[in-house]
Design a protein around this ligand. Structure first.
Ligand SMILES: N[C@@H](CCC(=O)N[C@@H](CS)C(=O)NCC(=O)O)C(=O)O
Length: 84
């Protein structure tokens, strides 16, 4: 199973789009708020040189762009871990 982590913050509309897809598909994703936890922001900036959200880490490989993230989640849904 792939490990998924979403770097986000609540007032970001692009993050909200991605989070609603995650909820609709009932996917298990570790949520990494970059405003509430500075270590999440540090990791994002260290890894990517950017502080843009949303960013989905797929097995530690970052993917930007909400449209690309949502498309990837839908395309790979069947092989992803669900919330119990
Ligand atoms: N085209 C991007 C836009 C993402 C975006 O603009 N995110 C804003 C927050 S709503 C952001 O992180 N801005 C700060 C930055 O890019 O450094 C997407 O759809 O994911």
């Amino acid at each position: 199973m792939k490990k998924l982590e979403l770097f986000y913050y609540d007032s970001c509309p692009f993050c909200q789009y991605v989070m609603s897809v995650i909820e609709d598909l009932n996917l298990k994703v570790e949520m990494k708020n970059i405003l509430r936890d500075q270590s999440n922001l540090k990791r994002l900036v260290n890894d990517t040189g950017r502080r843009t959200v949303p960013c989905l880490y797929i097995d530690n490989v970052p993917m930007f762009e909400s449209q690309d993230i949502m498309e990837w989640l839908k395309d790979n849904e069947s092989s992803l871990e669900k919330n119990s």
